[in-house]
Write a protein that binds this ligand. Structure first.
Ligand code: PHE
Length: 344
């Protein structure tokens, strides 16, 4: 029996030296060390041996088992190492291959424009004040000095809700009332805010008009604010957006909530004022409505118009983005067509 054990040991070691892959490793293991393996059976046969031989045989059988288990582990490591070396050699793993490209998202063109505006107005001390998109009729119109049946109300095509007096804001100007009331501390504190956000108009959707778009309202209230402040501030903004040499002009206009009211044009940045399609051959592009806050509106915001004054403006970031990039259809903005969005 002992002799048979030595034969198995030699045979096993011999066989192991030619084992070269995971499959033959597994086969070797089950042939010699597995549940029905040769070594295992030898160990098991101890029971049938004459008593006096058992101790010596058992000891040797165990030694053989340990020796083969160690040899197996060593061979297994060697096979794995050779395989890795071979894989690297044959280039199965090519670490120089470029990775798969991941698609990077981008910011919506309106978001880009809005963020640029936040930066510029922030530098001039205007804090962002977010006002509600669902408004009441009073704040959207009446408190802004639109009388009940004033024709100016018809300028706004309004989305009404099923709740009386609850509407979607048609402009960001009602935010002026909220900002004055919430930040003005009862008409005792100066304020300087921009009010960005979505506005809604019940209109036919065309290349030139959408039912929703952004506005960025600006409002400054203080003790000595004059029209010169308004003009200088807007001109400074235009220089930041359109370049150091940008020129602006102010045209008399009308809004119920400002007096006097002015429309703001910037000299066409595409043709330099010579006249082109974008500026409709006028040399100027409109960028904002503006004016001095109407005394009634100051009062509705909690300020005494005898002591306080202010200016306000409202701009349309989509319109400005369209002009900048020569986009000829406002419907692209909410169409979610990646072919459009990916260009920005
Ligand atoms: N609310 C005006 C509009 O929607 C713009 C505006 C804002 C004009 C502030 C003057 C002052 O057209």
């Amino acid at each position: 029996m002992l002799e048979q054990l030595e034969v198995i040991l030699r045979e096993a070691l011999d066989a192991l030296s030619s084992v070269n892959n995971p499959d033959s490793l597994r086969a070797w293991d089950s042939k010699f060390l597995g549940k029905k393996g040769l070594v295992t059976e030898m160990v098991r046969s101890v029971g049938q041996m004459p008593k006096e031989e058992r101790a010596a045989f058992g000891k040797r059988a165990n030694e053989v088992k340990v020796a083969l288990t160690d040899a197996f582990a060593e061979r297994e490591a060697l096979v794995a190492a050779r395989r890795l070396a071979q894989d690297l050699e044959e280039g199965e793993i090519d670490v120089t291959l470029p990775g798969r490209p991941t698609e990077a998202g981008g910011l919506h063109p309106s978001t880009q424009t809005l963020r640029q505006f936040y930066d510029i107005w922030g530098d001039m001390g205007f804090q962002v004040y977010r006002s509600r998109e669902v408004e009441d009729d009073d704040t959207n119109f009446t408190l802004l000095n639109f009388p009940p049946h004033h024709p100016a109300r018809d300028m706004q095509d309004t989305f009404y809700t099923t709740t009386p007096n609850v509407i979607l804001r048609t402009h960001t100007s009602p935010g002026q009332i909220h900002a004055m009331r919430n930040l003005g501390n009862g008409g005792t504190q100066p304020i300087r805010v921009i009010l960005p956000g979505m506005v809604y108009r019940f209109e036919q959707i065309t290349a030139r008009s959408e039912v929703q778009f952004h506005q960025v309202e600006g409002l400054a209230v203080g003790r000595n604010i004059t029209m010169t402040d308004l003009k200088g501030t807007i001109a400074a903004f235009a220089r930041r957006v359109y370049g150091e040499n940008a020129r602006v002009r102010f045209r008399a206009s009308y809004f119920p909530f400002t007096e006097p009211s002015m429309e703001v044009d910037v000299e066409c940045f595409l043709c330099g004022g010579k006249g082109c399609r974008v500026c409709k051959y006028s040399g100027w592009i409109e960028i904002a409505g503006s004016g001095m806050v109407h005394p009634t509106v100051l009062q509705n915001g909690g300020y005494d118009p005898a002591e306080w004054s202010g200016f306000a403006f409202g701009m349309g970031p989509e319109r400005m983005t369209m002009n900048k990039h020569g986009i000829n259809d406002i419907r692209y903005f909410w169409g979610n067509d990646l072919r459009f969005l990916e260009q920005f």
